[in-house]
Design a protein around this ligand. Structure first.
Ligand code: DSN
Length: 433
């Protein structure tokens, strides 16, 4: 392994125990394939801002309304981040303080709901998120979630079942409808959802955690609504994380209509969080600037093209793809056609040994538990950032097929691991460049 202490010279000297662990993670990120759909490689500028002195400052409150002194420069940082974010998405209002996507969603619920209120959201096993009403999450414990799902498998199947969603909305009269998913590979059109929300008198929230970068680049239709001029034709609130396709620091953000701006801000602080992470907000500002460039549009187009190449090459290897393919950065593959004994858990573990990092995922109507699963989820944001293209995606699918077919043969797994190391050495992540 190389000496990576140049990335953190002081830690390496002052805390060699931690330095050695950081070395291993730098090695892992740069020499194995990162195919987790919710991960990416942030730029060096993002990393620099995230590691800045702003971590030293308490700034409870919002720009010009702080509870601590000495925030004259911090205010400028947060103002820059929220102005850039509003402009990037054409939103009425932005809040850049949520520490994570889960916090952003929690703040929206706090702003719009009372405990016990009914919310309509996507089933976790069909693509939804823990914060969309899972019984083990605060959302499922505090609110009355009713779940919609996807249509059965088949041509044009495994898409959001709009008819069922509409029936459930009429029957349960939710106060909030949540759309957006964590394992759904197709575009979600906000227009019919807005109509349903209006008909039943519900707020509409779009959880764009996964697709925010695609939306910012204009390669996925924007769900962002506005109450500034006439009728709102988008979502009332859009939440997202800044570290997935957005390629910024780990964190969350909220966009909302002018009408909801005061209640959303109040829910984030003082409702849910204390002092904002201003070093991370600075890094978000850097990412929002990067996301407004033509290079970012080119990058997001490549992310989708790569996902489509990987999808079709995985299908050639004998995997059934949930919904038949992808419109986005993500693929969900069903292991059972490839090998009916193979579970998502085993596949993930074998691929890990070969240096191919992905995560197991339930597929719609999965007979296996969320811990075992029948599927794997793959994404292309990180390796596209590293510079890989369609040819590499086809090669990666071959390696995946090869290692899973020969999973009982440790020599075959090691052979693939060597090929992965060689491939990764040609496409170093930005922090190595
Ligand atoms: N956002 C989830 C993911 O997609 O990986 C984790 O919460």
């Amino acid at each position: 392994m190389s000496d990576y202490s140049r990335f953190y010279p002081l830690v390496s000297v002052q805390d060699p125990e931690l330095g050695a662990i950081l070395d291993l993670e730098v090695w892992r990120q740069s020499s194995t394939l990162q195919l987790i759909a919710s991960e990416n490689f942030a730029s060096k500028a993002v990393l620099e801002a995230a590691g800045s002195v702003l971590t030293n400052k308490y700034a409870e409150g919002y720009p010009r309304k702080r509870y601590y002194g000495g925030n004259q420069f911090i205010d400028r940082v947060e103002e820059l981040a929220r102005t850039r974010l509003k402009e990037l998405f054409g939103a009425d209002h932005a809040n850049v303080q949520p520490h994570a996507g889960a916090n952003a969603n929690a703040a929206v619920y706090l702003a719009l709901l009372k405990p016990g209120d009914t919310v309509l959201a996507m089933r976790l096993d069909q693509g939804g998120h823990l914060t969309h009403g899972s019984p083990v999450n605060f959302s499922g414990q505090l609110y009355n979630f009713v779940s919609y799902g996807v249509t059965p498998a088949g041509p044009e199947g495994e898409r959001i079942d709009l008819e069922n969603l509409y029936q459930l909305a009429r029957e349960h009269r939710p106060r909030l409808i949540v759309v957006g998913a964590t394992a759904y590979t197709r575009v979600i059109d906000v227009e019919p959802l807005r109509r349903i929300a209006d008909e039943v008198g519900a707020y509409l929230m779009f959880d764009a955690a996964h697709v925010a970068g695609l939306i910012a680049a204009g390669v996925y239709p924007s769900p962002v609504g506005s109450s500034k001029s006439g009728k709102n034709i988008g979502a009332d609130v859009v939440t997202f994380t800044t570290h997935k396709t957005m390629r910024g620091p780990r964190g969350g953000a909220i966009l909302c209509t002018e009408e909801l701006s005061a209640s959303i801000d109040k829910a984030v602080f003082p409702g849910l969080q204390g002092g904002p992470l201003e070093h991370i907000i600075a890094a978000k500002a850097v990412a929002f600037k990067e996301a407004s460039t033509p290079e970012f549009v080119k990058y997001q187009k490549a992310v989708i093209a790569n996902a489509q190449s990987l999808a079709s090459a995985l299908a050639d290897q004998g995997f059934r793809l949930v919904s038949g393919g992808t419109d986005t950065h993500m693929i969900v593959a069903d292991m059972r056609n490839f090998d009916k004994e193979l579970t998502g858990k085993e596949a993930q573990e074998v691929l890990d040994r070969a240096g191919i990092t992905c995560n197991r995922n339930q597929i719609p109507y999965d007979p296996r538990s969320p811990f075992v699963t029948s599927g794997l989820r793959f994404g292309t944001p990180a390796e596209t950032t590293a510079g890989m293209g369609r040819a590499e995606m086809a090669y990666i699918a071959e390696l995946i097929g090869q290692v899973l077919r020969n999973r009982a043969d440790e020599a075959a797994v090691s052979q693939v691991a060597e090929e992965v190391t060689l491939l990764c050495s040609k496409f170093p992540p930005p922090f190595m460049q």
